[in-house]
Design a protein around this ligand. Sequence first.
Ligand SMILES: CN1c2c(nc(N)[nH]c2=O)NC[C@@H]1CNc1ccc(C(=O)N[C@@H](CCC(=O)N[C@@H](CCC(=O)N[C@@H](CCC(=O)O)C(=O)O)C(=O)O)C(=O)O)cc1
Ligand SMILES: N[C@@H](CCS)C(=O)O
Ligand SMILES: [Zn+2]
Length: 761
Amino acid sequence: MNVRTSSLGYPRIGGSREWKKALEAYWAGRISREKLEEELSAIQESHLRTQRDAGLDFVPVGDFSYYDHVLDTAFMFDVVPPRFRKENGKEGLDLYFAMARGGENATACEMTKWFNTNYHYIVPEIGETAPRLVWNKPLEAYRFAKSRLGIAGKPVLVGPYTLVRLSKGYAAQEFESVVRRFLPVYVQVLKELAEEGATWVQLDEPALATGFPQEHLKLLEEIYGELSTAAPGLSILLQTYFEAAEPLGDILKLPVSGFGLDFVHDGGANLEALRQLEWPAGKSLWAGIIDGRGIWRCDPEAKLSLAEELAALVPGDSLILQPSCSLLHVPVSVRGERKLKPEVRGALAFADEKLEELALLKLALREGREAAGEALSEANAALAAFRALPERSRADVAELTRGLAELPDRRSTAYAERARLQRVKWDLPLLPTTTIGSFPQTPEVRQARLKWRRGEWNQEQYDSFIRKEIESAIAFQESAGLDVLVHGEFERTDMVEFFGEKLDGFLFTEGGWVQSYGSRCVKPPVIYADVAFTEPMTVKETVYAQSLTQRPVKGMLTGPVTILNWSFVRDDLSREQVALQIALALRQEILALESAGIEMIQVDEPAVREGLPLKASDQEAYLDWAVRAFRISTGLVRPTTQIHTHMCYCEFGEMIGSISDMDADVISIETSRSHGELIESFESMHYDKGIGLGVYDIHSPRVPSVLEMETAIDRALRVLEPEQFWINPDCGLKTRGWKETEAALRNMTEAAVSARRKTGA
Ligand SMILES: CN1c2c(nc(N)[nH]c2=O)NC[C@@H]1CNc1ccc(C(=O)N[C@@H](CCC(=O)N[C@@H](CCC(=O)N[C@@H](CCC(=O)O)C(=O)O)C(=O)O)C(=O)O)cc1
Ligand SMILES: N[C@@H](CCS)C(=O)O
Ligand SMILES: [Zn+2]
């Protein structure tokens, strides 16, 4: 079988995050622009070489970026918000970075989640822009690959439909006309690519996997009709990913030369639809059969069967195998991981290993299974060893999750009665003040942790340091007049990593970094086995903090859905099953806190929205199990124990109903980024539980005035009752310094006093 292989994009950050380091050195003024360009060109070249040497038939070019590929696309078309035009003559690269990071006189462009991934892109602001082609980035990348390495690459570009869907600065009814406005510049890009000799161009249209409105089909026909005739000799690959492309029958009628479909994260829908349809004659199928965003080695037998079935559905030599999406979402290589158990290491595949998997499948399909015999046997043996690990099928976890459907997930007492009991128990003032959990992670705190991790400090030295930090945090909170205190989370690095290190079932890579936004990376924990509680994780620090004050101290945990959504997760169980395992483990922690006398407990769920499926039709089922996982964690506490939760990073307006179903006694939500939209969503429903709408943005060191916060409180009190309202910042304060934190919180408690006075309390 004459299959070929391709890829959609490669991680930018480099095996040792050299991309990130070069960028940050430039921003800090430590290297010149020439040096930056030299370093990034070398990185780009080495990525191209790696992909070519891995045997890809189509090497993507143009996926590399100096910050973000959506920002690149906007920049190519001169979609630059007017406020940046005043950036004191900044041009080119510095203007580009100003849009991403903020300029001297202009706030940065908004950043938001790239579909359902943990990657964040810069949101283009279209406004009155008349797009013009000022930089043909794919052409530049094509020339670069050709001249440096002789690679005739496959240029990659965000397609016009998705670009406009992801942008802001136009009214909904203008959508179609805005897309049309971009057509001439896309035509020009394609023409120039064709003139240069490119034969294929990949236009990324993941928006076609989000359940787009039927009426857009005509627009898609029109734009792809025009693009496909724009540049004779250049074939268009219409690339979708992250979920099934629906309605596939209609999409396959679009006048392009190839279709890229995700056969991993489509819930089986793409394959099922293909089985019912006739493949359009003369078109090629770019089949995403290797998981582009998961880190597990594939089962080659299963993939070979899938490829064979696809080859039978698609006549001729028009099957191209590839990852399901860009490899941007996985770390670079397993090669540097030396501390993992061999059974686990052998089951991992990061970007480079995924390219090897494609090469193996190609060999087996082209030359027969025997030709690839040794590598296939090695893969099968590695997977068998991994599957046999006893911690992946623990009898005790199975016992706990048996009959999960019947597990109680509701508080024993309805909210109204709990609220009455809790009012009596806690006797808090009207409009109580609190914070979200973390206090500044100063260089001293990080240094202390490093010394302890390196063995320079023993456990007692480290614990004693943490106790001192807690003491000063409690003393400060009392002096500032806060009503509900926190211990400050000084013992934690990341809110997911901390729990992952203490629960069974997780492992941590040494270098498994992935880009989160711009130069910032995360190293997600890996859930490779059954998750289970081992010993109390937060009790020691919380109880110590409580021993220092008469005021209530909130226990502080990260919730099951956030732990799940910010980790790489095993793929032999459903995400729901894994979430429930985590929920059961956290339930033990919550009960341990309660037994230790901590009766206000906050379970943070900032990432609930992150796992939301793209298609509206799948969202309810996700929200049902996500909410249930939260309730399983928190549902068994006494009626007088007050459960708090916290959400941030996203706009939650459209899921207030699910938030209410979580049945937390108090919720705090970030509001500053939603500009009042969230408050409006409370107008449309009756939300009766405790709620803290962040009264100030913690993302900047600016100290908000008392008046500003009073205004924020007044605004919220127009839709919420004073009896249910809490006063708190938007999110944790770990990224802030103490100076501004102290000043802001003192202003906040003063604003609370004044607001209480106004409500007559
Ligand atoms: C809030 N978000 C989170 C997500 N996922 C999580 N698991 N946690 C989150 O908080 N996803 C969505 C968002 C993403 N937001 C961010 C925000 C900030 C960053 C960021 O700043 N990343 C840092 C690296 C973060 C980190 O872990 N730093 C460690 C230091 C680790 C390190 O670099 N170590 C050095 C060696 C140190 C030594 O030995 O001296 C090394 O490995 O080389 C820390 O602060 O302790 C970044 O710089 O990219 C990311 C996402
Ligand atoms: N409790 C955490 C929540 C962050 S979303 C913190 O305060 O940092
Ligand atoms: Zn938060």
